[in-house]
Design a binder for this molecule. Structure first.
Ligand SMILES: Cc1cc2nc3c(=O)[nH]c(=O)nc-3n(C[C@H](O)[C@H](O)[C@H](O)COP(=O)(O)OP(=O)(O)OC[C@H]3O[C@@H](n4cnc5c(N)ncnc54)[C@H](O)[C@@H]3O)c2cc1C
Length: 380
């Protein structure tokens, strides 16, 4: 099995090949199910789904697996946000929930298909007590004699328009707020309507408004079976930490691409008879950017170490909060270094500028991370 650094290099090459063959991974203006399928099978062939919890009947995610996933995500994020979310939603968010919660039969049905890149998942998640998205909490699961009836809405469900299954968080209206369950909702189930929303970038894998009206689900679609009814909350806490570490890695990967681009431009562009990079003010900007980027890596390493020690929550929130904020500073400096070119779509820095805020929202905003950190300090 490739180590994390090697897997990152493999991911970089796989992403470059995919983008060479299908520039729409960078430039698509709308969702494309076929293209998502091409990405997943290309990733599977390259071995990017070679993660322990997807390969074996593991019920927990090891820190080593996360280290490998983090390397993949950072490499993808430097190249294409669409490829990044395709990998994250399927291999990490979807795969992690199935690995930690599903019945043996559900694992047999889903995990090999993820690993082989022949199944598309989406994920409509919320954290009830962090209040990160009230609409998903409002998704009601009413138990019937034959199964469940789901009704509710969830905005920004990434990949929903192409998903075979959408993992939906829901709870019974009368139950306490943490009594949540997870359902495997077929993307084409009667009563599900999905509207892709245009994003400022990375539209091949669209984030969608999803509405469910009396969607009938059999008992087999309750993830983990009857024992897990209303008991998904502890797993959501763990998965929330994984998501935050991975989003931090997205920020670090994009930061690196921004620095590489800004540095190469500063070396090649000449003004007043000298290259831009010879101006000390620009050298300082580049130094600030690289120093911040190294700091991001340290935060992520710390979060991975705390994951290995079974205490990932505070470190994951700090990593995600810190990396997302640092990325906004780095991209602003990148824009400055490029001069007027940065304002034009032919220049890739303008795409980075559009993609950078993704890490501010995914996995919960900075304010939510601060709330979680405050709680972990005993003051929230
Ligand atoms: C591109 C993209 C893809 C996404 N994909 C998915 C997906 O696949 N699945 C999924 O489940 N979700 C997804 N999301 C949703 C994402 O998790 C939410 O956008 C995020 O949690 C923030 O919620 P919100 O957008 O509703 O903002 P709001 O909750 O409306 O927040 C608005 C502002 O109020 C602040 N705020 C809100 N509550 C508090 C509070 N308690 N204390 C202090 N400040 C607060 C926020 O920090 C923010 O500044 C995606 C989002 C984006 C942008």
């Amino acid at each position: 099995m490739a180590g994390s650094a090697e897997l990152g290099q493999i991911a970089a090459k796989a992403a470059d090949d995919l983008i060479d063959r299908f520039p729409a991974f960078v430039s698509a203006t709308g969702p494309d199910r076929e293209l998502v399928g091409v990405a997943l099978s290309g990733m599977a062939r390259a071995g990017l789904f070679d993660l322990g919890y997807l390969r074996f009947d593991a019920d927990r995610i090891s820190a080593e697996d996360m280290k490998r996933a983090v390397s993949v995500v950072a490499a993808l994020a430097a190249r294409s946000l669409s490829l990044t979310t395709i990998y994250m939603v399927n291999a990490i968010f979807g795969g992690a929930f199935v690995a930690q919660m599903a019945t043996s039969q559900q694992k047999r049905d889903v995990l090999p298909a993820i690993r082989e890149g022949r199944l598309q998942l989406a994920f409509a998640m919320t954290e009830p007590d962090a209040g990160s998205d009230a609409s998903a909490i409002a998704t009601q699961a009413v138990a019937t004699g034959q199964g469940f009836l789901l009704s509710g809405e969830k905005i920004f469900t990434t990949g929903a328009s192409s998903a075979d299954y959408i993992l939906v968080v829901a709870r019974n209206s009368g139950d306490e707020k943490r009594a949540v369950s997870l359902f495997l909702v077929p993307g084409d189930a009667e009563g599900v309507s999905i509207e892709p929303l245009a994003r400022v970038s990375a539209n091949a894998h669209a984030s969608c408004r999803m509405a469910m009206r009396d969607v009938r689900l059999g008992p087999k679609q309750l993830l983990g079976g009857p024992e897990r009814l209303g008991k998904a909350w502890p797993i959501m806490r763990v998965s929330g930490s994984l998501e935050r570490i991975v989003v931090a890695a997205t920020a670090a990967g994009l930061a690196d691409a921004i620095i590489v681009r800004a540095l190469s431009f500063a070396k090649e562009r000449r003004q007043f008879g000298q290259s831009l990079v010879s101006f000390q003010s620009l050298q300082h900007l580049l130094v600030e950017m690289r120093t911040a980027h190294v700091g991001m890596g340290l935060f992520i390493e710390h979060a991975l170490r705390m994951l290995a020690e079974g205490e990932p929550e505070q470190a994951a929130s700090m990593a995600k909060y810190h990396c997302a904020e640092q990325l906004q500073e780095i991209v602003a400096k990148g824009m400055r270094i490029m001069g007027g070119r940065a304002f034009f779509s032919f220049e890739q820095m303008s795409r980075y500028y559009c993609e950078a805020p993704f890490s501010l929202y995914a996995g919960g905003t900075a304010e939510i991370q601060k709330n979680l950190i405050a709680r972990s300090m005993g003051i929230g």
